[in-house]
Design a protein around this ligand. Structure first.
Ligand SMILES: Cc1cc2nc3c(=O)[nH]c(=O)nc-3n(C[C@H](O)[C@H](O)[C@H](O)COP(=O)(O)OP(=O)(O)OC[C@H]3O[C@@H](n4cnc5c(N)ncnc54)[C@H](O)[C@@H]3O)c2cc1C
Length: 389
């Protein structure tokens, strides 16, 4: 295998996949459309499966040094701050080893991954490369970019997010559906947030909730709220909300919620409309496959999108590392098929589970949860050792 694996997209999926493949001795080239790596998003929560995956790629020390460890949390009534029972109670927290959970600023996670990929190969990441199309022949794939470059690889991995061009080329283009949900996120410096942080937990009320956790060693409080809105459209953090708009979301909510909203930085609140897609029955065709949001865009109600993406990447690396008959005519295709077989059922179930959780948010504190996957199956999975059979 002399040609590299071509990776489209330099997000969490593309960078983690690059590192996982590099660590198996596979040469990779990552193509990112932006002129710099990273996005302006705020915090991200990484659960135990993501942690196991990143640790297996040699990132345990840097992750622990950079990320915050969550405090045990609970679901709180939106007005009284009482701990809620039933489906919203975070009753599984005690069963979780908290040292396996991390809250990290997205920019810091990108930084960590980029440094690790570049440490393996300083020239592996190509910025300002908008992927357009690909063609495949008997010996490999050729990817075409908007800047006129055409590059040859042994395989192509589409890690280009919910509006993936690779996915559209493989399976046809179909616009994702607007869910009617909008996410607001804002970061409050701890010196201003402190008075409103005496209780850890997520405030849950009918039609919305406010999740809070710290990043950057407790110096910032990351706040995320999911709100029903039939009007807002568009993706990305580029749409801004004023403090007044934010406060209007929580007219009769607990003073802790209103206090945090009132202290959101001026013009620092971003809005993101949430879109959904149905699970795909297959990701791979020939030498091309999908990974992360391109394969299974996941609504963020369970905070599992990046974790599932990291799981994919680690398994993809192992599929290349453990494949038999290296150099055989169908070796690359065998690796991709092995990856898909090992990952697709779990990822699609988590996609449906995340959608289901949104429905429960809609129902309010009394909604009942009927999980499609047990808590153990969700959290005990280890992408570094899971069966590839
Ligand atoms: C509000 C919100 C909160 C979330 N919170 C969490 C959380 O707490 N925990 C968690 O696990 N998950 C969370 N997620 C989900 C998580 O962010 C995603 O699942 C994850 O970022 C997916 O990574 P990705 O690399 O597959 O896609 P993306 O992050 O979308 O990256 C795709 C990359 O491909 C590039 N690209 C796109 N098209 C092209 C092209 N044609 N050519 C070249 N490059 C291209 C893009 O510029 C981008 O860099 C959240 C999501 C949202 C919306």
């Amino acid at each position: 295998m002399n040609d590299p694996v071509l990776i489209v997209g330099g997000g969490i999926g593309g960078l983690t996949a690059a590192l996982a493949l590099q660590r198996q001795g596979v040469r990779v080239e990552v193509f990112e459309q932006a002129t710099r790596i990273g996005d302006v998003g705020a915090g991200i929560s990484l659960g135990p499966t993501a942690s196991r995956g990143l640790y297996s790629l040699g990132l345990e020390a840097s992750l622990r040094a950079t990320a915050d460890t969550p405090r045990p949390s609970a679901a709180l009534h939106f007005q009284t701050r009482e701990v809620l029972g039933g489906s919203f109670a975070d009753r599984d927290w005690r069963a979780l080893d908290q040292s396996m959970n991390h809250h990290i600023h997205r920019a810091d996670l990108y930084e960590l991954l980029t440094a690790a990929v570049r440490a393996q190969d300083a020239d592996a990441i190509h910025l300002d490369h908008v992927f357009l199309d690909f063609s495949e022949d008997r010996d490999g794939v050729t990817a075409e970019f908007a800047n006129g470059r055409r590059l040859r690889g042994c395989a192509l991995i589409g890690c280009d997010g919910i509006r993936s061009t690779v996915r559209a080329r493989l399976w046809g283009s179909e616009d994702p559906r607007f869910t009617g949900w909008v996410v607001y996120r804002f970061l409050v410096p701890m010196e201003r947030a402190q008075p409103y942080m005496s209780t850890a937990g997520t405030f849950v009320g009918p039609g919305r909730s406010l999740l809070r956790y710290t990043v950057r060693h407790g110096s910032l409080v990351n706040c995320v709220t999911f709100v029903r809105s039939e009007t807002l459209r568009g993706e990305g953090w580029s749409q801004r909300a004023s403090t007044e708009e934010l406060l209007a979301l929580f007219p009769d909510w607990h003073p802790d919620v209103r206090g945090l909203a009132a202290n959101a930085p001026f013009d620092g609140t971003a809005k993101w409309a949430l879109y959904d897609r149905d699970p795909l029955p297959a990701w791979t065709r020939g030498r091309t496959t999908l990974l992360g949001d391109a394969a299974h865009p996941m609504l963020p109600f369970l905070g599992l999108g990046a974790a599932t993406t990291i799981e994919d990447a680690v398994v993809l690396g192992r599929a290349f590392g453990e494949a038999a008959a290296v150099g055989s005519e169908t070796w690359t295709q065998d690796c991709l098929r092995c990856y898909e077989r090992a990952r697709l059922p779990r990822a699609n179930t988590l996609l449906l589970e995340s959608r289901h959780q949104g429905q429960i948010f809609d129902d309010g504190p009394d909604g009942e949860r009927r999980p499609l996957m047990s808590w153990e199956e969700r959290n005990h999975y280890d992408p570094a050792t899971a069966s590839l059979a």
